[in-house]
Design a protein around this ligand. Structure first.
Ligand code: NAD
Length: 495
């Protein structure tokens, strides 16, 4: 079974909220923010405040850079085998504590516990995978074409890395960066999203227990990410910015990093097309759509955002998807029976509501859901819209919620053009029994990742990333993920 697929396991284990909100994690110590200010963390299922975490200042950021710099030499010269064993231990501890971590993720993010369990398995896998990769970093050795000298290429850790992550996968987006950075021999400063910082701190305690030395991983939460990022990137010892989040913030960060010519990896937004051809296996396409749309209640960068169904299968697909969506159990994320939890914030619900109203005003038909429920919690029901026109705002913006917009198509060339009519290019999904067509369409769709007859692409062993405005660089994969944290050094050598 794939790590992301849902699993049924014992009842949730309550996390120690005090332990994951005890301070900023800098140089192996837990400390309050220099200014003494804090940030409340809210449970989206109940709107109750779960805990508060420190609101770091520029002084704290400077301490984190100092700690990462102090630890850098020791970590880069630690034997790869030793680094590998520490990463492996991080994996093991995450798996041992997976019920606690999954519950914590559900509480602060709202995602259904079964999705949170999937996330923990996926997040931990980045440590196992990179523990295996840490001892396989090789260089190159050749002879210059003129025969005058040898060409030696060595791969070295790039330096101190600033890692910035979103709230939608609080564990996995952090480990997808931290594990390869540490495998490469870099020290890091993680700035997690303020909506979901408790998971980042709970994981920091695990790294410490696994033997990650003080200063190698530092974690800071702040309500002033712009000024803090600018200050950290201005330190010449910081050589890497790895960001996962929205395209808008990514563009601003690229501009900031350009001032110091800092290497950037960008995992940005998506607008994934999901194509179902007449000859598709209907049940497989419906299973795939439910995963591609409803994993994390639609709050995923890879989420199917536009579902194009060929005319011959359109009505059957619409009926089948509406039946499945309407049957989903909506509720508190930390309840083991929930299938669709709340959205992250009220603002997110308002955005979804706006997009749905815009689509229906332009002629889309509501097949199920489609209205914000009354009561506490940031809920939006699983919704299917039929006949969504290409001008609808949701065809061009990330919905980031449990809304499946269906549109009809007739020809292959037409659907490829419509699928590519977006500034984004992260993931795409194709369902057809004709493998030749599947591969042909896959080669023409402008996306970094294609799922052919399946609803899930994410895998630590495969390169994850986008083209166009969906990003720069790749995470995971055999060498791609670690390469983002290394610099090639060429030595022209005569012996
Ligand atoms: P966001 O861009 O608002 O925030 C992401 C992170 O950036 C957070 O930690 C936030 O505090 C920080 N941030 C915000 N403004 C900043 C600034 N001016 N300077 C520095 N940091 C700043 O995104 P979000 O709402 O947290 O996450 C959802 C977005 O992330 C969606 O667009 C989604 O598609 C994208 N995403 C992409 C991937 C991927 O792998 N491509 C994965 C997950 C999420």
């Amino acid at each position: 079974m794939n790590a992301l697929q849902q699993t049924s396991r014992p009842q949730p284990i309550a996390p120690d909220l005090g332990a994951c909100s005890r301070g900023l994690y800098i140089d192996g110590t837990w400390r309050p923010a220099a200014g003494g200010r804090t940030i409340p963390v809210t449970d989206p299922s109940t709107e109750a405040v779960l805990a508060t975490v420190p609101d770091a200042t520029l002084e704290d950021a400077a301490s984190a850079v100092e700690a990462a710099a102090k630890a850098a030499e020791g970590w880069r010269s630690t034997a790869p085998r030793k680094r590998s064993e520490i990463l492996r231990r991080c994996f093991e501890l995450m798996i041992e504590r997976s019920e606690m971590l999954a519950t914590l993720i559900s509480m602060e993010n709202g995602k259904a516990l079964r999705d949170a369990r999937g996330e923990v398995a996926y997040a931990a896998e980045f440590f196992r995978w990179n523990a295996e990769e840490a001892v396989r970093i090789t260089g190159e050795f050749g002879i210059a074409p003129a025969g005058t000298n040898r060409i030696v290429v060595d791969y070295q850790p790039i330096g101190i890395c600033l890692l910035i992550t979103p709230w939608n996968f609080p564990a996995a987006m952090a480990t997808r960066k931290i594990a390869p950075a540490l495998a490469a021999g870099c020290t890091v400063i993680l700035k997690p999203a303020t909506e979901t910082p408790l998971t980042a701190y709970a994981l920091a305690a695990i790294y410490e227990e696994a033997g990650v030395p003080p200063g190698v991983v530092n974690v800071l939460t702040t309500t002033s990410p712009g000024p803090m990022t600018a200050a950290i990137l201005a330190d010449p010892r910081v050589r890497k910015l790895s960001f996962t989040g929205s395209t808008g913030v990514g563009r601003a960060l690229l501009a900031e990093a350009s001032k110091h010519v800092i290497s950037c990896s960008m995992e940005l937004g998506g607008n994934a097309p999901f194509l179902v051809f007449d000859d598709a296996d209907l049940e497989a396409a419906l299973d795939g759509a439910m995963i591609a749309k409803m994993r994390n209640a639609g709050e995923a960068c890879t989420a199917a955002n536009r579902i194009y169904v060929q005319s011959g299968i359109y009505d059957a697909f619409a009926e089948g998807l509406s039946r499945r969506m309407a049957a989903m159990r909506v509720g508190n994320g930390a309840d083991a029976t929930t299938e669709c939890g709340p959205m992250i914030t009220r603002k997110a619900v308002d955005k979804i509501d706006r997009l749905v109203k815009d689509a229906t005003a332009r002629g889309a038909r509501v097949l199920c859901g489609g209205a914000v429920p009354a009561g506490e919690g940031f809920y939006y029901p699983p919704t299917v819209l039929a006949d969504v026109p290409g001008e609808a705002e949701m065809a061009h913006e990330e919905i980031f919620g449990p809304v499946a917009p269906l549109s009809r198509f007739d020809s292959e060339s037409d659907v490829i053009a419509r699928a590519n009519n977006t500034e984004y290019g992260l993931a795409a999904y194709i369902f057809t029994r004709d493998l030749a067509r599947g591969m042909r369409v896959a080669s023409k769709i402008e996306a970094g990742m294609i799922a052919l007859n399946r609803g899930l692409v994410s895998d630590p062993a495969a390169p994850f990333g986008g083209v166009k405005q969906s990003g720069l660089g790749r995470e995971g994969g055999q060498h791609h993920g670690i390469a983002e944290f290394m610099e090639a050094k060429y030595i022209a050598a005569n012996f």
